[in-house]
Unconditional design. Structure first.
Length: 290
């Protein structure tokens, strides 16, 4: 199902797909910095969950370096982030008194975006500098939905609405949850005319514990990651992107957002290799004529 996949920008060079992965998705910033280093501007971007958060900001015109600086400021202020999450909770005692089913952990996705995104983000997809689409899951239709037009914030909020942690988002009559449930790495949603496809996969899998087995919380997130990995593996068997980037961030947990600097450091180790791969992709060696 599609509400408008991104069309290619003029001077199309490549399409970029940024995958789901929670805090691991912060590693997407290093790929975007590599594109900037080479002077490459994507013709179109798609993103799922954290990939939609990062991809939407980049499509708005922020450089990779500006994204890095903003996120360093955000996660360098732990107390401010915790205060924001408390404000974003949707389960409150007053809701229980009114007969609601408030969850004291669940948060409002659009309020959380206020932390991840800088002020002044465009309100609509049509106002972005680069064509972009966010992938979410229509909960009741049990189907993937690709959103590339209309209100931007609600689409990205729906894409990152992790069940049990982030409240589902109602948009235009549809109830949206985490896009990773149906398409964790949406390179197949880039327009063919965008050019070569670069996909950044950060799903990984559950992180090993101390031998006592996973907690209920860890089991919930770990099972989701296993499912997402299986979906991605099936997609890759059927059709691979032209360049698959997998930053070495598997040691980080889904909610390790305060490890932002270390996540970037881990991804940074592959930056030069990614740049060389991009150069080969866009300027392949010519074979000599016989």
């Amino acid at each position: 199902m599609s509400d408008g996949e991104p069309g290619p920008a003029s001077g199309a060079g490549l399409g970029v797909a940024l995958g789901a992965g929670g805090a691991r998705g912060l590693a997407h910033v290093v790929l975007l910095e590599a594109l900037d280093d080479l002077g490459l501007r994507p013709a179109a971007i798609t993103g799922t969950s954290m990939g939609a958060v990062i991809g939407g900001a980049y499509a708005a015109g922020l450089s990779g370096r500006e994204l890095r600086s903003h996120l360093l400021r955000v996660f360098g202020r732990r107390h401010r982030v915790m205060a924001l999450l408390l404000e974003a909770r949707v389960g409150r005692f007053t809701a229980v008194l009114r007969g609601g089913l408030g969850n004291p952990v669940m948060v409002d996705a659009e309020l959380v975006l206020s932390a991840f995104w800088p002020a002044g983000m465009p309100e609509r997809f049509e106002d972005l500098a680069i064509p972009f689409a966010a992938v979410a899951t229509d909960f009741y239709a049990r189907d993937e939905i690709v959103i590339g037009s209309g209100a931007l914030r609600s689409a990205v909020a729906g894409s990152m609405a992790i069940p049990g942690l982030v409240r589902p988002v109602v948009r235009e009559g549809r109830t949206l949850v985490d896009g990773a449930a149906t398409n964790p790495l949406p390179y197949d949603r880039l327009p063919p005319s965008a050019g070569p496809i670069v996909a950044c996969d950060v799903v990984a899998g559950p992180v090993s514990g101390d031998g006592d087995g996973p907690t209920a919380f860890q089991a919930m997130f770990g099972s989701a990651q296993i499912m997402q990995g299986a979906i991605t593996a099936k997609m890759l068997r059927e059709r691979s992107p032209d360049l698959l980037v997998r930053p070495p961030v598997s040691d980080f947990k889904v909610l390790d957002f305060f490890a932002f600097s270390r996540i970037l450091g881990a991804a940074e180790a592959e930056r030069d290799a990614v740049k060389r791969a991009l150069e080969r992709l866009l300027d392949p060696p010519r074979t000599a004529a016989p």
